[in-house]
Design a protein around this ligand. Structure first.
Ligand SMILES: [Cu+2]
Length: 117
């Protein structure tokens, strides 16, 4: 009898933890973000805030790829792209405004992706 109760309890704890995990599900995506240097990295990553649902972010200046883990109930990937564009960086989801791009430090003036005209 005691074993039954113990195993039942274990089952509850196990199921509970699985449920808790699925409730706080996160998503990880890799997106292309144009940029040059370490300063770009700081600006790009600085645009993504924990309180807005970003769990972790890491932009690689060599590959130009940003790996971002976020809470999809708080923010969507295209909104993440928009936030990065707001600070001046073109990416696969959004394009920065000309004037925002122009305000970037001169070393950060990355080559913009070609636009079709
Ligand atoms: Cu830079």
């Amino acid at each position: 009898m005691k074993t039954t109760i113990t195993s039942l309890l274990c089952c509850f704890i196990f199921c509970g933890s699985v449920f808790a995990q699925s409730k706080s599900a996160t998503e990880t995506d890799t997106i292309k973000v144009y940029g040059n240097c370490g300063m770009c990295k700081a600006t790009i990553e600085g645009a993504l805030k924990r309180k807005e649902g970003i769990i972790s972010k890491n932009w690689n200046k060599v590959t130009k790829m940003l790996v971002v883990t976020y809470d999809p109930s708080k923010i969507k990937i295209n909104q993440i792209g928009a936030k990065i564009a707001e600070v001046g960086y073109d990416n696969q989801y959004a394009t920065a405004k000309e004037e925002t791009y122009n305000k970037l430090h001169s070393c950060c003036h990355y080559e913009r992706p070609k636009k079709d005209k």
